[in-house]
Design a binder for this molecule. Structure first.
Ligand code: SF4
Ligand code: SF4
Length: 442
C-alpha cells in the first residue's frame, strides 16, 4: 500500500512515547483514534502541533481513513484545550472532513491508550491485549503530522520537544533528531539553577537522570525534557534502593487498597490490584498471594499508586515492575478477565491533572507554552534505536558526507523498527552501537 510504504520510507514511529513503528501499527480497522490528550503533566508539544498544524492533521486523518478504509475517525483531546479544538474544528469544516473531536475531562492518565479508548467508546481493551482486538487503532497527534509529511515525501528528521522546569524560557523547541540535552536547555534560555536533575519525557513515566547527563542524543519519540530540582519527590522516591523498597512493602503496607481503588487500569475493568501484589511480596509463600502477584503483568507503570494514592509512601509501581520481570521470565500469562463492574464510581476516582501536579510540587511550572524556538546545533548524536523494536543498522561510516534526509540507519520493511535519516548536513564523525554522530558542515 502506497501510504504504508511512504510511512516506512520516512521512518515514522509513534511520537507519543513508546515509539512503535507506524508502518506496522496502521492497519485497516473500524475506528481510528487520534490521541491528542498530552498524557503527562508539563508537556506542551502536542498542543503546539494542534494549534499550528491543524490543516496537516486533518488532511492526514482523511488520508489515513481513505487509504485504509476506516469508517470513523475521532480526535480525543482535553476539553480545556479550547484554542487547539477551535483550530481543529475550523479545519475540519474547511476540508469537509468526517473527523469527530471528542472533548474529555482533564485527568491523569487520559493519554494512556487504553484509558482514552474507554473514555471515547466505553469499551475495555482485553487485558494484556492491544486496541485492534476492538477494531481500534490509536495514533498520537504528532505521529499523524509525521504521517502526513511522509505522504509528501518528507522523512522524520526533526521533532518538537517541550523544555520545561528550571529554565530561563520554557518553550517548545523545534529540534533535529539527535539534539543533546545541553543544546535543548540552551535553546530554552539555559538552566536557572546550578544543580538540577533531568527527566527525558514527562515527570510520571519519563526516564530520570539524577544530577544531569552528557553524551545523549534525543530520538524521534522524545517529546520532553524537564529540568527540575534534584530534591523533587519524583527523584527521591526513585532513588530508594530496590531492597529498601521491598522491605518497606513487607513491613509497612496496611492493605488499605487505595492503590487499587485509584488504579486507572483497575478502573477500566482489568484485574489489576496492586494491593494484592504488595501482599504477595509481604507473604510470598501463600498460594493465594502468589496468584495475586500475576496482576502485576497488567500494570502500565503510570505511577499514580506511588506518587498519589499510597498513604504510607510506598511504591506499588516498583513492586509491579520487579514482579513483572520475574513472571515474564517464568512464562506466566496475564489474567485476561474483565470485571463487569468496571464503570461503577470510576468518574469519581479519576485524578484531576491539576491536583496531581500540585501533589508532585510541580505547580509552579506552566504547561501552556506558546513559543517555539528552532534549534540548529553544530552536532547531533542520532540514536539507531528509537523505541519499540530492533535498532537499525548503520549504513554510513566515519567520514561519510550526509545531507538532511539521507538514510543513515537501515531496517527491512517487514522488521519492527524504523529507517533513520540524517537530521543536519555534515560529516559523520563517529558510529557506534547506539549512535551516529554528525558534525555540521562549516
Ligand atoms: S495504598 Fe499503600 S498501604 Fe494501601 S494497600 Fe496500597 S501499597 Fe498498601
Ligand atoms: S503504576 Fe500503579 S496505578 Fe499505575 S497501572 Fe500500575 S498499579 Fe495501577
Amino acid at each position: 500500500m502506497a501510504l504504508i510504504d511512504d510511512i516506512f520510507t520516512a521512518g515514522v514511529i509513534g511520537a507519543g512515547g513508546a515509539g512503535f513503528p507506524t508502518h506496522k501499527k496502521l492497519v485497516p480497522c473500524e475506528l481510528l483514534i487520534i490521541n491528542a490528550a498530552e498524557c503527562e503533566p508539563l508537556l506542551a508539544s502536542d498542543r503546539y502541533v494542534m494549534r499550528n498544524f491543524a490543516a496537516e492533521l486533518v488532511a492526514g486523518a482523511k488520508l489515513v481513513a481513505e487509504s485504509l478504509g476506516i469508517g470513523r475517525v475521532v480526535v480525543g483531546t482535553k476539553r480545556k484545550y479550547t484554542e487547539e479544538i477551535a483550530a481543529l474544528r475550523s479545519e475540519i469544516d474547511t476540508q469537509r472532513a468526517a473527523v469527530e473531536v471528542c472533548e474529555l475531562d482533564s485527568f491523569y492518565p487520559l493519554g494512556d491508550e487504553q484509558v482514552l479508548i474507554y473514555e471515547i467508546t466505553g469499551k475495555t481493551v482485553p487485558p494484556g491485549g492491544i486496541p485492534i482486538a476492538l477494531g481500534i487503532v490509536v495514533v498520537n497527534v504528532t505521529t499523524l503530522l509525521n504521517i502526513f509529511r511522509a505522504s509528501q515525501g518528507t522523512p522524520v528528521t526533526r521533532r518538537f520537544v517541550t523544555v520545561n522546569g528550571e529554565v530561563g524560557h520554557p518553550c517548545v523547541v523545534d529540534a533535529p533528531v539527535g539534539a543533546s540535552p545541553e543544546d535543548l536547555i540552551a535553546a530554552a534560555g539555559g538552566a536557572r539553577v546550578a544543580s538540577y536533575s533531568l527527566v527525558r519525557g514527562g515527570p510520571m513515566m519519563g526516564r530520570q537522570y539524577p544530577g544531569g547527563v552528557t553524551g545523549l542524543g534525543f530520538g524521534k519519540a522524545d517529546g520532553g525534557l524537564l529540568v527540575l530540582p534534584s530534591n523533587n519527590k519524583i527523584f527521591t522516591l526513585a532513588a530508594q534502593p530496590i531492597e529498601h523498597v521491598v522491605l518497606q512493602a513487607r513491613s509497612t503496607c496496611i492493605q488499605c487498597t487505595l492503590c487499587t481503588e485509584l488504579c486507572p487500569r483497575y478502573l477500566i475493568g482489568h484485574v489489576m490490584r496492586p494491593h494484592r501484589v504488595m501482599r504477595s511480596i509481604a507473604v510470598p509463600d501463600s498460594a493465594a498471594n502468589t496468584a495475586g502477584a500475576v496482576d502485576a503483568l497488567l500494570c502500565c507503570e503510570c505511577g499514580i499508586c506511588e506518587l498519589f494514592s499510597c498513604p504510607m509512601g510506598l511504591s506499588p509501581r516498583r513492586m509491579n515492575v520487579l514482579m513483572k520481570g520475574q513472571l515474564r521470565a517464568s512464562g506466566t500469562k496475564p489474567n485476561t478477565e474483565i470485571r463487569p463492574e468496571q464503570s461503577r464510581s470510576r468518574e469519581y476516582r479519576r485524578i484531576a491533572q491539576s491536583r496531581f501536579i500540585e501533589r508532585l510540587d510541580l505547580g509552579g511550572y506552566s504547561d501552556h507554552l506558546y513559543d517555539c524556538v528552532r534549534l540548529d546545533p553544530q552536532q547531533v548524536k542520532i540514536p539507531l534505536k528509537h523505541g519499540v523494536g530492533r535498532p537499525s543498522a548503520a549504513c554510513v561510516a566515519e567520514g561519510s558526507e550526509v545531507a538532511v534526509g539521507d538514510v543513515i540507519g537501515y531496517v527491512e520493511q517487514n522488521d519492527v523498527g524504523c529507517l533513520v535519516h540524517a537530521s543536519i548536513p555534515g560529516v559523520v564523525t563517529a558510529v557506534d552501537a547506539e549512535y551516529i554522530t554528525i558534525r555540521r558542515a562549516s
